[in-house]
Write a protein that binds this ligand. Structure first.
Ligand SMILES: [Mg+2]
Length: 216
């Protein structure tokens, strides 16, 4: 067990790129759909759309926010259809993940995803995770219309648990979207599938999260 996490009561999970690993093929196909929407909304060439997207993304750190800022229909961008169709094709039953959540039963689990509710439920089913594992699933797009890294969805989550921020461990794959806002509010942070100096801890795979919390 990692001693800095001994007071953790709630594990807050990002979904996409966290409960499953993002591959280059997957993120490439999703990015292509985002560019297609920006291109169509502004009658741009591929190259111009890419440039506009990149410039805007640097400031907003969210593809959905970037699309909205670049004139893509807000409802379409927030629906997540442009990425969900790609992800749903990719997701598979994951026994290793299911086993990890079994080990983590003593903790309270929450999902905090920018995706929409219907798609989130479908993804959990495909991974083999029962929605009952989670005390609450925050789908920021349709619940709030505000997305991470905005602090609002994180604050709503803290209001829900009623516990102090440092009793929550935010687990995500993107430091700027998932971890920095959580850290700002006093939560502990864990980066999965990579490394970040911004996180309290980084693990190479999501399956190692249970090792951080469980006694040897
Ligand atoms: Mg993610």
């Amino acid at each position: 067990m990692n001693n800095q996490f001994k007071d953790i009561k709630v594990l807050v999970w990002d979904l996409d790129g966290t409960l499953y690993k993002n591959t280059l093929t997957l993120s490439g196909a999703i990015h292509a759909n985002a560019i297609k929407a920006v291109k169509k909304a502004n009658s741009l060439s591929d190259e111009e759309a890419e440039q506009l997207f990149q410039q805007t993304y640097k400031q907003l750190a969210s593809s959905t926010q970037t699309m909205i800022h670049c004139g893509v229909d807000r409802a379409y961008a927030l629906s997540g259809k442009w990425y969900a169709e790609v992800q749903l094709k990719h997701l598979q039953h994951n026994q290793r993940l299911i086993n990890m959540f079994d080990r983590l039963k003593p903790w309270r689990h929450i999902i905090n995803t920018n995706g929409a509710n219907l798609v989130t439920q479908k993804k959990l089913r495909l991974l083999g995770l029962s929605a009952d594992i989670f005390a609450k699933i925050f789908t920021n797009a349709d619940m709030f219309g505000k997305l991470k890294p905005d602090l609002m969805p994180f604050k709503a989550m803290l209001d829900y648990t009623g516990l102090s921020a440092e009793q929550h461990l935010m687990i995500g794959d993107r430091p700027e979207t998932d971890l920095l806002p959580a850290k700002k509010l006093g939560m502990k942070t864990c980066l999965v599938w990579g490394e970040s100096a911004e996180a309290d801890v980084s693990v190479k795979t999501v399956y190692e999260v249970s090792d951080l919390l469980m006694a040897d």
